[in-house]
Design a protein. Structure first.
Length: 204
């Protein structure tokens, strides 16, 4: 499942069928972003849960607290803390599908990941493969107590950027059509979401 393009972003500390939370220490440039796709091993490696990162928390850090309360902190110290020193983070992900063998399923997984299972970023090619089917969108929209509209827009933008330039706009247009059907009874929310699906200018 994982490839050389995958990045280890955490290990599972708690989980359920609806999602999982992981912790790790990373330098700031490697911290994952909101709406990114990730994956965690489940069922003794026979399946991999696909998640969307909806929360990133910087955990309490005694060393950072000491620096923050010191007078005359230099720019070099701040840069070293933010860019070089590994910081304790916690990432929370919403389960939106799983992979068994070479096939993705757009549904809740049969089992959640186990404690300390590695959490990897989902490589761009796998993001494209997973998002060929947009049947995971209802799972996001039905998630309670989460910023689901912002999460969905961010995830779809990530999925678009994983594609070649010529495919990004058509993908976002199709995603917008699917969202319009799913959210036809809430035009205010739909309009906000569609605003978030405007193509991102990127040379990537």
């Amino acid at each position: 499942m994982t490839t050389s393009a995958s990045t280890l972003i955490g290990r599972v500390t708690r989980c359920s069928l609806r999602g999982f939370v992981g912790a790790l220490r990373l330098p700031e440039p490697n911290v994952p972003i909101f709406g990114a796709f990730c994956t965690a091993e489940a069922q003794q490696g026979t399946s991999h849960v696909v998640g969307l990162i909806y929360d990133i928390t910087i955990q309490d850090d005694e060393f950072a607290r000491q620096i923050a309360t010191t007078e005359g902190v230099s720019e070099e110290q701040i840069a070293d803390q933010q860019q070089n020193r590994q910081i304790p983070i916690e990432v929370s992900a919403l389960a939106v599908g799983y992979r068994r063998g070479n096939r993705y399923q757009q549904a809740l997984p049969p089992q959640p990941p186990l404690s300390l299972a590695p959490i990897y970023s989902l490589p761009s090619a796998e993001v494209v493969a997973f998002t060929q089917d947009l049947a995971f969108l209802p799972l996001v929209l039905s998630a309670g107590n989460l910023p689901v509209d912002e999460l969905l827009a961010a995830a779809l933008q990530q999925a678009a950027l994983a594609r070649p330039q010529a495919e990004r706009r058509p993908f976002l247009l199709e995603a917008g059509r699917v969202c319009s059907r799913l959210m036809a009874d809430d035009l205010g929310r739909l309009d906000t979401l569609l605003q978030g699906l405007r193509p991102v200018e990127s040379g990537a």
